[in-house]
Unconditional design. Sequence first.
Length: 219
Amino acid sequence: MDNTETFSPLRLGVLISGGGTTLQNLAEGIRDGTLNATIAAVISSNPHAYGLQRAAKLGLPACTITRKECGGDVPAFSARLVAELQEKRVDLVVMAGFLSLWHIPPEFHGRVMNIHPALLPSPFGGPGMYGHRVHEAVLASGAKVSGCTVHFADNLYDHGPIILHRTCPVLDTDTADTLAHRVFEEECVAYPQAIRLFAAGKLDISGQRVRIRHEPAGP
């Protein structure tokens, strides 16, 4: 039996700052039955993010919380985010191109995922490494392989226990645009896969390592 039939729908909180393509991918997986989840909250750190329009078209509950409205204070911003996620009874927080640093409280440790458009750990992560900057850096390095990384987030940029990688070739003819497109195809597979593993209780965190179980956790 497929896991999407076995486990209760997971309540997702999706954090965005831009176009919302990952949000769209997750929503489509839910719609076609390959991802047994519901999007309980969409939170944008950017009031002009196109992802908010996507959320509206998908009929998803969405709001904007910005650092600016919190006086630029990271703890205040984080508290606002956490309050919204708790109010919506979110099981798993999914960072989907979310560019604002926030402090993950202890009660959300192991319950926040991020996806990065390169293979971590590597020089292609960290502050300032997002979007096309990542792909430009990969091309400039001469790397022959790129891909994406899904990891549990902690309070550092692009850091935390790695759940899985998916890879793709870097071609001699690639531009940042063509490489970004190929990497995103892998992201569309990797993020739902990681979410399904979490929902099935198959991810065990030990320090900076994630072990994937081959059987569900508990009865």
